[in-house]
Design a protein around this ligand. Structure first.
Ligand code: PEP
Ligand code: MN
Length: 337
């Protein structure tokens, strides 16, 4: 059950509601948002409780949510959430493009890419400094050196950046540099990492695992939200199926479905979804047509020399062509780029 307090209700009223929840033998879990406070009621609920809680001062409405996630559920909020990454708004009218290499390899590579990302209209730079590689014998990222290179690229281009964190012990280090923390597919159910990024209060890009259902993705987001952090963007990046011709199978219907089930913004990653650069553009266009709030693409100055994910990386030229086509699709579905 979720109790939504009125916009601008005084904090004492939320405190009184929580005392009442405790008095009745339930546990209360407040999430203090910018506009309003939402209080989760944890314990065995019955619908008879609704009128009682609704009668308390400052309460706007009470929602019984039978799903295993509550705070990120569509029903928990009237309006869609918007997530701010510095000045960039995800979940508004604009379709936000996040672009950059799979991994930060050296200063020249990230700097050249950042300039092209910016010129083409990308709003957020990406690049992995801590790489969650399937094999421990492959390149694991430059670590803090890579974060410093991303920060230098931000200083020159003024693009905020998102980068992955793979270990709860690194959250504070990555948060010293990054503007948004990414949780990758392989860590989607790393619950201690989810809670740690939740406590950091930083905007989070949470990628769907290739082997998870949409409900599991929303439950993972709930771990972050439960810590009081509602700055979460979800990302569909393809799931594993019997098909081997593509790296993963892009689940386009996940985008409108997640938007029906949750108030959080949803973006698509056609690079990891398909694994082939020539499939990235059509898949990105389909994602935007299906209502994606943004697109994440891998771009590299020389994809054939990339340390990781070269085959799915766009050249600068292909990135620029994609951006032009994306603008036209966005316009067709009443969005902006
Ligand atoms: C990435 O975005 O760099 C990445 C590793 O993607 P995923 O976690 O979706 O595989
Ligand atoms: Mn990659």
């Amino acid at each position: 059950m979720i109790i939504v307090m009125r916009e601008k209700a005084r904090p004492e009223l939320a405190e009184a509601v929580m005392r009442e929840i405790d008095r009745m033998g339930f546990k209360s879990h407040p999430i203090v948002g910018v506009e309003r406070t939402v209080i989760g009621v944890i314990g065995v609920e019955t619908s008879e409780l609704v009128p009682h809680f609704e009668s308390l001062e400052g309460v706007e409405r009470v929602l019984t949510i039978l799903k295993p996630y509550k705070f990120v559920a569509r029903a928990a909020r009237e309006e869609r959430s918007q997530v701010m990454v510095k000045e960039v708004c995800l979940g508004g009218k604009e379709v936000v493009v996040i672009a950059g290499p799979c991994a930060v390899e050296d200063e020249t590579q990230i700097m050249r890419t950042a300039r092209v990302v910016k010129e083409g209209g990308g709003k957020i730079l990406r690049g992995g400094a801590f790489k969650p590689r399937t094999s421990p014998h492959t390149f694991q990222g430059l670590g803090e050196e890579g974060l410093k290179m991303l920060a230098a690229a931000r200083a020159e281009t003024s693009l905020p950046f998102v980068t992955e964190v793979v270990d709860p012990r690194d959250v504070s280090l990555v948060a010293e540099y990054a503007d948004m923390l990414q949780i990758g597919a392989r860590n989607m159910q790393n619950f201690s990492l989810l809670s740690e990024v939740g406590r950091s209060g930083f905007p989070v890009l949470l990628k769907r695992s290739y082997s998870s259902t949409i409900e599991e993705l929303l439950c993972a987001a709930e771990y972050i939200a439960r810590e009081g952090n509602d700055q979460i963007v979800l990302c569909e990046r393809g799931i594993r199926t019997f098909e081997t011709a593509t790296r993963n199978t892009f689940d386009v219907s996940a985008i409108p479905l997640i938007k029906k089930l949750s108030h959080l913004p949803v973006i698509a990653d056609p690079s990891h979804a398909t694994g082939h650069w020539d499939l990235v553009e059509p898949t990105a266009l389909a994602a935007v047509a299906a209502g994606a709030d943004g697109v994440l693409v891998e771009v590299h100055p020389e994809p054939d020399k990339a340390v990781s994910d070269g085959p799915q990386s766009l050249t600068f030229e292909n990135y620029s062509t994609l951006m032009k086509k994306l603008a036209r699709i966005a316009q067709a579905v009443d969005r902006e780029t």
